[in-house]
Each structure stands twice: as C-alpha cells, then as structure tokens.
Design a protein around this ligand. Sequence first.
Ligand SMILES: NC(=O)c1ccc[n+]([C@@H]2O[C@H](COP(=O)([O-])OP(=O)(O)OC[C@H]3O[C@@H](n4cnc5c(N)ncnc54)[C@H](O)[C@@H]3O)[C@@H](O)[C@H]2O)c1
Ligand SMILES: [Zn+2]
Length: 461
Amino acid sequence: MGAGKSTLGPPLAERLGRPFVSIDAVVEACEGSSIAELFAARGEAAFRELEERAALEVLAQRPLSVIELGGGGLGSAATRAALDEHAFTLHLETTPEEAWARVESSGRPLARNRNEFVSLFEERRALYEGANASARDLDGAILAAAGVHVAEGALANLDELAPRAGDIEVVADEHVDALYGGSVRAVLGGRIVGSHVVPAGEPAKRAEEVERLWSALRVGRSGMIVALGGGCTLDVAGFVAATYLRGVPWIAVPTTLLAQVDAGIGGKTAIDIAEGKNLVGAFHWPAHTVIDTNVLATLPETELENGRAEVVKTGLLAGEPLWELDLSEQVRRCASFKSGVCLRDPHDRGERAQLNLGHTFAHALEAAAGYSMAHGHAVALGLLAALRVSGLEDDARLVEEILSPPLAQVEREAAWAALARDKKADGGQPALVLLEAPGRPRIGVEVEPQVVRSALDSLIA
Ligand SMILES: NC(=O)c1ccc[n+]([C@@H]2O[C@H](COP(=O)([O-])OP(=O)(O)OC[C@H]3O[C@@H](n4cnc5c(N)ncnc54)[C@H](O)[C@@H]3O)[C@@H](O)[C@H]2O)c1
Ligand SMILES: [Zn+2]
C-alpha cells in the first residue's frame, strides 16, 4: 500500500501493450461501492474474500494483463497459488516512510494510524520477498518484465540471477574472455561444465562456429548457456541456445554499449551465411540479460561510437534526449525502451520495425562500403537521412552535432542499388521508418524514390 501501484500500473500496461486491471476496481465495480465503504459496512475479512474471488477470476481469465494487487491480497493462499501458476509477480519497492507519505491523507481503511501502518508494512514484507522480481520505477518494472538487470557491478551477482540449479556453459568473445572470463568463472564456480571462446566480432557468427559449439556442449536440458561479449557473441551463443537440444535457456551478458542497449535485448538471435548477414536465426528470449555498465570502461572508443548511434536512435524514438544522461542511466533507459517495444511485438510483426529508424540508409551505405564501414557511422548518417525525409531539419542538425558523422566514401550508384535490394527483400515496397516528431515513429511509410535518393546522396562525399 502506498508503493505507487496505481500511478505506475497504467503507464506500465501501456508500455507493455497490455490491459490494466486493478483488483480493487474489479471489487468496487462488482459490489457497487467503494473499498472504504465495504470495509466500514462489512469488515476486512469480507473484503478479503471479495478480493480473493476477483483475483482468482482475473488471474485465470485475462492473460497478458498488468494486474494491480494490493499487499493484503497475498494473505490468501489461493491467490498466492494462482499467482505462482499464472503470473509474473513484481514487487514495487518502497520504504514505510515513502508509503506513509503517499497514503496518510488518503482516508484508506488501513492507513489511518502511522504506527499501525508501519507495523502492517513490516508484517507483510516477507510475503513480498516471494515476488519474481522487484523494481522502484517504471523503467525498472519494464526491465524486470523483460528479465533485464542493469547495474554497475552486476557481473558479481551473476550467480543469484542464474536460476539456482543446473549446469552452465560459458560462451565468451576472445577479448572479453581475457578481460572478464576469470571473474565470471569465479562467480559461477563449480556450476560451469564448459567454457568456449569464440572469435571477436562478425567471424563468431559463422555456421562453422555454431557446429563447433553444438559438438562441444555438454549441458543437458536443465542446464543453461551464459553468453559473454558483444552483439556478435550474443547472436551466435543465443542461436546455439535456441537450437541445441531444441532449445536450452540462456543468459545474455552484453559487454559492448551496442549490445547493452540493443543486441542483448529482444530475443532475436542470428548468424551470417554467404548470401547475407543475419539470414539464419531464431527468436529465443534470454532468461536474463545481465548488464554491467562497468565493463564499458575497457571498450575501445570506436566501439562506444557504435553504441552511441543506437542510443541517439533510441532517444529519437522515445522522444527524450537520452544521450544527455550519465552512461549507465543511458543504458538503463535505452534497454527499458527496447524491452517495451519488444515485449509489445516479440516476433517482429509490427511496431518493432521502428527500431530500424535510419537503418535502411545505414545498410545501403554499409553494403556499398563492402562492410568496411563502422555500423555506428552508417547509423548516424542513416538517422540524418531519416530525419530529413521526415521534414525534421532541426533534429537532423542536432544529431549532426551530437554524432558528427563524416560523409560516407562510397559509390552513389552502389549505395542506391543496395537500398533497392534491401526493399526488395522486404517485399518490394519502398517503405521507411520516419518520425512525425521525436517520440512519434511511423513505420512502413512509402516515400517517393527521388526523395529517398536525394536523402541517400546527401550522406555521400
Ligand atoms: N540480435 C539482435 O537483436 C541484434 C541487434 C543489433 C545488432 N546485432 C548484431 O550485433 C553485432 C554487433 O555487435 P557489437 O557492436 O556489440 O560488436 P562485437 O560483438 O563485434 O564486439 C565489438 C568488439 O568489442 C570487443 N569487446 C566487447 N566487449 C568489450 C569490453 N567490455 N571491453 C573491451 N572490448 C570489448 C569485442 O572483442 C569486439 O572486438 C552485429 O553482428 C549485429 O548484427 C544483433
Ligand atoms: Zn543498428
């Protein structure tokens, strides 16, 4: 009580694309009177019965809702069992002082006396500890729902996050293994039955690597894979986890800025084949994504730049200057934004396409450069083009100031041909992700070819 559930619940439901159901409101609607009236007229025990009935009904009948349930509801064993069976439970953390400040003048039946309120809070605390996760704010709640943990020093808690039992195999990027493999092995200790190093960067995403890992793995179905590295390592290890024994759970431990804000979230995994990048893959959401922003301290500047372009992209989609925050807060907010989009569209059939903002142009430049261009450089230019086509010149100038990408040194015709191929692969319709304004993306916008062409040309030296 007083944790802020009714304030946080509706925006959380919106960010997850699910209906919001308040058990109190269901009881009030059924009984035609307010909770305070019910307490006064029929007493707490009668209210608890109504609350239990409503909770059991809602939990059994409305899948994929965000349900607000007060702490008192956990007193019912039947409700606790239904929560275990049907729900992911999130404990909204607060202190008795914060909670009292919120409720003291609310007139709620159980919030009339400070001392009684505080002792009730302490009494119920043990029940809250059984929740699947806990959070303090909206971003924290979204991250919890997505299984994403962001903290400076999170690596040291990896053992608490990796579900209690079962064998673990570590798949690590060669550079990252040398830097952090030792501490990960120290934390996970005797549970590790195998450690595998993959080459740094894109060479990790080859079918030969997948086959090598399939043959080397010894975990059973109750075991799990822990992937440690940038987007390339996560992509290959996640794909191996998706396919080995028809799927074993995995934990993503992204160590680049790009992987912390992008590749480590959303459950897409992929490898490359001769015909193109990311052409073979699977959706396989990691059981947890553990993001330790401290590891960014060793990341080379060029790799930080790759991530920064995605941070700016995310800020434009979210309509907030996320790039202005401290690095670890940037990561937390971007990870939460992508988590929300991906939970709303887990299989990439709709609005998740917004994450491609700037990427149609970026992919064309990368292809024309024979993939020798840094992804962040291409995305920075691609964002400029998307903003210009959107008619958002001021935002384009802002992005130019923040990322200052040099013009691309590629053949115009080659870039244009690559862009046309990209569209064809998507069904032939020349459709782009544009912004009506920052925070208001539009997907699948058809744009006159000459407008696209001149935006592309403006990116090339
Ligand atoms: N699955 C998805 O949803 C998704 C989304 C975006 C991108 N991706 C994929 O991600 C890949 C790019 O990932 P990336 O940009 O993370 O690059 P990367 O995995 O190639 O890592 C970049 C370099 O940084 C090094 N490195 C990583 N962490 C380090 C650390 N903490 N300290 C020092 N060095 C470190 C690596 O050894 C490597 O040399 C692409 O293949 C792309 O297709 C996937
Ligand atoms: Zn990208």
